[in-house]
Design a protein around this ligand. Structure first.
Ligand SMILES: N[C@@H](CCC(=O)N[C@@H](CS)C(=O)NCC(=O)O)C(=O)O
Length: 216
């Protein structure tokens, strides 16, 4: 049985949970407090970050790598067979990480100037990603590792005080965003990928950061 070391609000952990849920791979979860990392965790996590996946005596880190591993050891594949398509999917997984990073910087920016700067970066990252969205999932009818990597970021953007409304994206891109998120949120694998009080806890966590988007 796999064991994933988790922090309930972490989007990168959620990526791997979605992948394991979707591929029916059984796992245990152990939550840790990132503000007070236990010694045993620091000994196994090279960068002190979650997720970490324990596979017997081995430890895997980095959500994108964990997801590819899970995909490879389970039935079917969430990456294309064609090398060029597969490379493009991996590139878009990386872009999804940039979306999460620029989103988070926007959500926690302390002043208007930083907020606008980070938001512009988020808009740029999202525009590139949404340009390639086919619908209902990223590459069409089949869910892929791009979806499992991107969904946690999309979900958090709409949970953040007026941020989605504030995004300077075309109507077409906003429609694609909503369509993608709706398809994702209808999946059991996604519904069961966060702890039960996730929305409330996440909003509270952001509010406590006293960021520009909450105080303006
Ligand atoms: N690139 C990593 C990012 C993981 C990450 O940033 N995790 C955050 C929580 S969401 C973390 O563990 N932060 C702890 C720290 O930096 O001290 C991945 O995809 O797994």
């Amino acid at each position: 049985m796999y064991k994933i070391i988790s922090f309930g609000l972490c989007p990168f952990v959620q990526r791997s949970i979605i992948t394991m849920n979707y591929k029916n791979v059984p796992y245990d979860v152990e939550y840790i407090d990132l503000a007070n990392k236990p010694d045993w965790f620091l000994k196994i996590s090279p960068m002190g970050k979650v997720p970490v996946l324990q596979v017997d005596d081995e430890v895997l880190f980095e959500s994108a790598v964990i997801n590819e591993y899970i995909d490879e050891v389970s039935e079917g594949s969430l990456l294309s067979e064609d090398p060029l398509l597969r490379a493009r999917e991996r590139a878009n997984i990386e872009l999804s990480s940039a979306v999460i990073g620029s989103y988070f910087n926007t959500a926690i920016a302390k002043n208007k100037e930083d907020y606008i700067k980070c938001k512009a970066e988020l808009e740029r990252n999202l525009t590139f990603l949404l340009d390639k969205y086919q619908g209902p999932y990223f590459k069409g009818n089949d869910l892929s590792l791009v979806d499992t990597a991107a969904i946690p970021g999309l979900q958090r953007i709409v949970l953040t005080n007026n941020l989605f409304e504030d995004l300077n994206l075309s109507k077409n891109h906003k429609d694609k965003f909503k369509a993608w998120l709706n398809s994702a949120l209808s999946l059991e694998a996604v519904k069961n990928s966060v702890p039960s009080d996730f929305e409330k806890d996440y909003k509270e966590y952001l509010l406590n950061r006293e960021s520009y988007i909450h105080l303006r």
